[in-house]
Design a protein around this ligand. Structure first.
Ligand SMILES: *Cc1c(COP(=O)(O)O)cnc(C)c1O
Length: 382
C-alpha cells in the first residue's frame, strides 16, 4: 500500500501524505454534511498546513478555522475566501485582529470580555464592523487526554456560562460588533459521541435562555474533536462522519434558518499521513532490543507530549517471512520520552529498513521542532 519505490531517494525522516485517502475523506465529509440543511464544515488549519494538502482541502469547498494571525494569513495566501475563515484563540494580538479585520473574515470566535472590547476598538478605528461569536466554556468533560480537554471550567478557553448573559448584553450594545453566534470546542480525539450529545443538550438550554432575552443567533459553531483510530488505521481509514453529523442533527435543536458550523482538524487529515523513517540501528540491551529510528520527538511529538501511541509498520520487511521479535522503538533525541513504542511485536528488523509511523497527518509535521539542531521534516504528497 505504500509506494516504497518512490521513497528510496528521499532523505528520511519525511512525511508522506496519501492524496487519494485525503480526497476520499473530504468526499465523505461533504456527502454526509450535505444531508443536513445548514451544516457548514471548516478545516481546523492547525492540524496540518502543508500547501498541497491545504489546496486539496480548499478545492473541496471547506472553510477554515484559524487560531493565529499566521494561520489567517496562510489561508488567505493559498486562496481561501475570507468569507469562509473563522478565527479563535484566547490570546489574539492586536496585529492579528487587524489582519483579520482588513481581510473581513467571516467571524471572530471571542474568548473573553477584554478581547471583545479590543476588537470593538480596533474595528471602530477602521470604520468596520466585526462579526463575532462568543466562545462558551460549556463545562463538558470530553474524556480525553488532559492536554487536549478544552471544555471544562478549569480550562483557559472560552467564557463560563455564568458570565455569558453579561457578555452577550455587552456585545449586543457595542458599536462595531455584530453578534452572530455562539462557539464551542470541548476537546480533541474524542472516540465516543456521548460528550457531543451532552454539548448539544447544553447548547439547547443556553439557546432557550438567550432567546427569552430577545437575542437571535445566526449560527452555532460546535468546534471539532472527532477522533481517529490510531491502533488500526487500515481498518478505519475514514472516521465515522455519518454518525458524528447525525448525533448533532438528532440532539441539537437548530432554529429555522440557523447555520451549524463545524471545525474538523484531526479527523480530516490524520489517517492520510505517515512519518517515513529509516532504521539506523538495532541495538541489543540486556533484557531488551531497541529499534533506533532516524525520526524522533522533534519530528513527531505526540507520543512524548500526550502519551499517544501510533501504529508502527516496518514497510521494508518481507511480508512472506513472518518471523517477529519484540522491540522498543525509539528516536535519536537526547530525551527518554523520545520513544514511539515499548515491547512492540514487529517483523524481525534490520538496519536500513523503512518504517511508517502511521496516523501522523494531524499535529505531526506542524509541531516539528529543530530541537538538537535537527531539520524540519519535508513532505511528499502522492
Ligand atoms: C484545535 C481546534 C479544533 C480542531 O480540533 P480537532 O480535534 O483536530 O478536530 C477546532 N476548533 C478549535 C477552536 C480548535 O482550537
Amino acid at each position: 500500500m505504500f509506494p516504497i519505490n518512490q521513497f528510496e531517494n528521499i532523505q528520511t525522516p519525511f512525511y508522506y501524505y496519501d492524496r487519494q485517502l485525503l480526497q476520499q475523506t473530504l468526499d465523505v465529509i461533504n456527502r454526509e454534511a450535505a444531508k443536513h440543511p445548514g451544516f457548514c464544515v471548516h478545516y481546523a488549519v492547525k492540524a496540518n498546513v502543508d500547501p498541497t494538502v491545504l489546496d486539496i482541502i480548499r478545492q473541496s469547498g471547506l472553510g477554515c478555522d484559524c487560531v493565529s494571525g499566521g494561520e489567517v494569513d496562510t489561508c488567505l495566501k493559498v486562496g481561501f475566501e475570507a468569507s469562509k475563515i473563522v478565527f479563535a484563540g484566547v490570546g489574539k494580538a492586536d496585529w492579528e485582529i487587524n489582519l483579520a479585520l482588513d481581510a473581513d473574515i467571516l467571524c471572530f470566535n471571542v474568548e473573553s470580555l477584554p478581547e471583545l472590547e479590543v476588537i470593538s476598538q480596533l474595528a471602530a478605528a477602521k470604520g468596520r464592523t466585526a462579526r463575532v461569536a462568543i466562545r462558551v466554556n460549556p463545562n463538558v468533560d470530553a474524556h480525553t487526554h488532559k492536554y487536549i480537554t478544552t471544555g471544562l471550567s478549569e480550562n483557559k478557553f472560552g467564557i463560563s456560562m455564568e458570565m455569558l448573559d453579561d457578555v452577550l448584553a455587552k456585545a449586543s450594545a457595542m458599536p462595531n460588533i455584530e453578534l452572530v453566534g455562539l462557539h464551542f470546542h470541548i476537546g480533541s480525539q474524542l472516540l465516543e459521541l456521548q460528550p457531543f450529545e451532552m454539548l448539544c443538550n447544553r447548547i439547547n438550554e443556553l439557546q432557550d435562555k438567550i432567546e427569552a432575552k430577545g437575542i437571535r443567533l445566526k449560527s452555532i459553531n460546535v468546534g471539532g474533536g472527532l477522533g481517529c483510530d490510531y491502533e488500526d488505521p487500515d481498518k478505519n481509514p475514514i472516521p465515522d462522519f455519518a454518525s458524528y453529523f447525525d448525533c448533532y442533527a438528532r440532539h441539537l435543536q437548530l432554529r429555522p434558518g440557523q447555520e451549524l458550523h463545524f471545525e474538523l482538524g484531526r479527523s480530516v487529515v490524520c489517517q492520510m499521513g505517515s512519518l517515513i523513517t529509516r532504521v539506523l540501528y538495532v541495538k541489543h540491551g540486556i533484557n531488551k532490543k531497541f529499534v533506533i529510528l532516524d525520526a524522533g520527538m522533534s519530528d513527531l511529538i505526540r507520543p512524548a507530549l500526550y502519551q499517544a501511541h501510533h501504529r508502527l509498520d516496518n514497510i521494508s520487511a518481507d511480508a512472506a517471512s513472518q518471523q517477529t521479535d519484540t522491540y522498543d522503538v525509539v528516536g535519536p533525541i537526547c530525551e527518554s520520552s523520545d520513544c514511539f513504542g515499548t515491547d512492540e511485536q514487529l517483523p524481525v528488523t534490520k538496519r536500513g529498513d523503512l518504517f511508517a509511523i502511521r496516523s501522523a497527518g494531524a499535529y505531526g509535521q506542524i509541531m516539528a521542532s529543530q530541537y538538537n539542531c535537527r531539520r524540519i521534516p519535508s513532505s511528499l504528497v502522492l
